[in-house]
Structures are given as C-alpha cells and as structure tokens.
Design a protein around this ligand. Sequence first.
Ligand SMILES: *Cc1c(COP(=O)(O)O)cnc(C)c1O
Length: 371
Amino acid sequence: MRFIDLDAQYRLIAADLAERFQRVHRHGRYVLGPEVEELEATLARRVGIRACVTVSSGTDALLLALMALGIGAGDEVITSPFSFAAPAEAVALLGAQVVFADIDPRSYNLDPEAVEEVITPRSRAIIAVSLFGQCAEFDRLGAIAERHGLTLIEDAAQSLGATYRGRQAGGLAHVGCTSFYPSKPLGCYGDGGACFTADPVLAERLRRLRSHGQERPFRHVQLGINCRLDSLQAAVLLAKLPLLEQEAQTRAGVAQHYSGALAELVTVPWIAPWNASAHSCYTIATPEREALREWLGRLDIPHTVYYPEPLHHQPALAAYTDPLAQLPHAEQCCREVLSLPIHPYLDRADQDRVIAAVRRFFADRSVSVDG
Ligand SMILES: *Cc1c(COP(=O)(O)O)cnc(C)c1O
C-alpha cells in the first residue's frame, strides 16, 4: 500500500505523455514553450479567471505574488500557523513580518475572527491556506481584507479541483497560488506552480518578475528572479488535467468510506456544506495520536503527520514573528492530527486494511482501559 500512488496514474497517461514529450523535443523550446502557453490558457479557463502565470514551484508562486504586491520590510502579512511553511517563509524572505492568526479547529483553516483581531496599521495582506483540500472562508476573509484595505492571497497548493460556494479553487482571491509538486491534486514530475489573477496589471508584473524583470529580451525594468516552468512539466500537466475532476471524486469516495467507519473513534474531517473538498489529505485527530502512529507503523500502514510543529515555533521564523504568540488551536492540532493514505487508486481492500488497523487500535485500548 502506498500513501500516494503516482505509478498507477502514470500507466493511464503513458501513451499520451510519450507523444507530448516527442513534440517538445521536436520544437526544442524547453522553457516557456507552447505547452506552457496552452497550459496557462487551459488552467485559466478551468479556474474561471482571466490570467494564469505558471512558475517553477508553489513556493515561487507565493514569493512572486508577494513581490508583485511590493511587500517588504516594515509590512505585516497575516497567515496560518498550521500549514506547510512556504507561505510564512516567502513573507520572511522578503523581510516582512509574519503575523499568525489561529485556525478554526473544525476546518483547520484560518479563523476569520482571529484574523481580524491581529490586524494593525502595518498589515498589508492575508494569505489564506486551503488545507487538506478544503477551501478557507474566502467570502468572510475577502470582506475583512476589503474593510481594512488588505490584499487577500489564496494558497491553493492543496485545493486545486475543490470548489467554494460553487467557485473553483485558485480563483477565490486577488491572487491565487498553487503548486504542481508531484503529490498535490495536480502534480507534475518535478517542481512547478502557478499564480492566478483577474487583475491584468498584476498578471503582467508576475510575468515580468518570473523572467528577470524583463519587459522584452535584455531590457530589465525591475529586479526579478528566474522561476519559469519548463515545457516538459507543462506537457505532464496537460496530460493529467483531464483526470483532475474524477480523481477528486474518487478520493471523496475513499474519505466517505473512512469517515463512515471511524467517526465514533476519532475526529474525522469536517467539510463545510458549501465546500467540495479536493481531499488531498485525509486527516484524523485523536489525543492518542502518538500511540496510534506507532501502531500503524508496526502494521506497515503508511501515515504522516501534517504538521508536527506550528510555524510560530519554527527556529527559522523566530526573527520574523512572535514565537510566544498564543495559538492554542494550531498547537493542539499539531499534537493530535494524523493523515492516512488517500489517493484515487487505493482499492477497497487497502482502505479496509487501514480502517481495520485503526479500529483494532481502539478496541485493544478499550479492553486494556476497562480491564
Ligand atoms: C506544497 C505547498 C506549498 C509549496 O509548494 P512547492 O511547490 O512545494 O513549493 C505551499 N503551500 C502549501 C499549503 C503547500 O501544501
């Protein structure tokens, strides 16, 4: 059993991929070639937004979005302490301060009320991460951002393919950022990412910044970086795009099967009625996490803790945030969460093995507690 099975998916697209790769080798435009243009147009249409600017990773997408907004020293950016580090890291790399607001423990996403409490005159932006595949509360966060003159950024690295009140993830904020890391809902065979925006000025700035700030070849109007996507990765993504929706639905079926069998034993994922999650992770919570983790390890059931430490406790961020901030929900989630295997090619027998292992753990415990 695998935590994520990319080999099963590869077999479905192998023939299409071989053809697409040959085309790249024939035209020889390995960076920002025609596949990249086709991918940007296709993704923009799919997300329902004017512009998609592909980049070389999800982290670069966040960094570029913040650069394009002119965020730097003296600014504060509000984000989630219960997340992968990239959003906070990008803020700190630009010399700005990271202000963490606590999460809603039901959805694991930023709590809009907690966000509003930490706004100061230095606040410039909010980065809302849509964790484990479920979109954050974008309507409420957008209203707060507007009221205080802040820019709302969506981190859709884990949520591509999800919807929020009928709207596609990636297009829910002023800028959306996503990742094509292999294990994400839409992954390539290496690193890749994209920014989405309806703002044409911002889109132009993003395109310039990803290629050394050039407005035309060898004319540099601002300091940029090199974070372009290559054509082979774009070809992989074009081959995989037709699978995105069905794969999300299949993962939703796995999640439903798990939740039906585990809900009385652990906290199972809560999906808001207005959301359709991409189910990029299936994450349970229990105060007995450490013992359960050890048990699953002994039975060779793949599992991971996303995330074992809240970001305000990370040494690398100490100079850019308040390490003593009180964020009790995020801290508790770090102690209790555990992610189980979920992918579209996980068969029923393996799902049942996972369920049986978790159920057995709690059955044995109740015996030892009672006896
Ligand atoms: C994976 C991820 C990123 C970073 O993406 P990379 O492509 O690995 O740089 C950013 N934010 C979140 C929430 C992620 O899960």
